[in-house]
Design a protein around this ligand. Structure first.
Ligand code: IMP
Ligand code: MG
Length: 181
């Protein structure tokens, strides 16, 4: 993996496709064990960013499940606006379902809090969160991130594998990190 340029910024290799795959193997193993008896497992993928993570994770799930999508947005450029808006609401009934929210990265956790507030009145049996990357040091949300893939201790900006920098870099198969020079 070489350094890449997106717009005016340079990004260095951070996680290869193979490392992402083994991280998702570990998440799937935990979910397969914890939800082995679930009768109504529903993955709720947060668009746009989680589309690759969702596709790769659900194919490793052995428990019968369904998948649905929701779109919210809070990010512009390199930082969160702190204000979340619903771009595409839920299109299915989640009453009695074991919902697992899938996000590609959790930073402040405000998106996750917003989704819990939106989902809870719809009476799911349970709600949990899985994210490929978790900027734990930045988290200030009210809800636990139960199934994180990789915990990033610092606030580093990443792109690739669904993650974008102003819509750039989303389709890359590996993950890159913003480099200063
Ligand atoms: P939160 O609400 O602060 O947890 O932010 C969650 C959303 O911000 C993620 O789903 C991403 O869409 C976006 N985001 C957070 N950190 C990054 C990053 O390093 N690169 C690209 N997008 C990010
Ligand atoms: Mg996202």
């Amino acid at each position: 993996m070489d350094r890449i340029k997106l717009g005016e910024r340079y990004f260095s290799p951070y996680l290869s496709a193979a490392e992402i795959d083994s991280t998702i193997d570990a998440i799937a193993a935990r979910i397969n064990a914890d939800y082995a008896d679930s009768k109504s497992l529903l993955f709720l993928s947060v668009m746009n960013g989680a589309f690759m993570f969702t596709a790769d994770l659900v194919r490793k799930i052995t428990v019968p499940s369904t998948v649905s999508f929701i779109k919210v947005s809070s990010y512009e450029g390199l930082s969160s606006r702190g204000e979340i808006s619903m771009k595409l609401p839920l299109s299915c009934d989640i009453e009695g379902c074991d919902v697992i929210i899938l996000d590609e990265i959790v930073e402040t956790g405000l998106t996750v809090d917003y989704l819990f507030d939106y989902l809870e009145p719809r009476n799911p049996a349970s709600i949990a969160v899985s994210t490929l990357l978790y900027k734990k040091g930045m988290h200030k949300g009210r809800h636990e991130i139960k199934y994180p893939g990789i915990v990033m201790q610092e606030n580093l900006f990443v792109v690739g594998y669904g993650l974008d920098y102003d819509e750039k870099g989303r389709t890359l198969k590996d993950i890159y990190i913003l480099s200063e020079d």
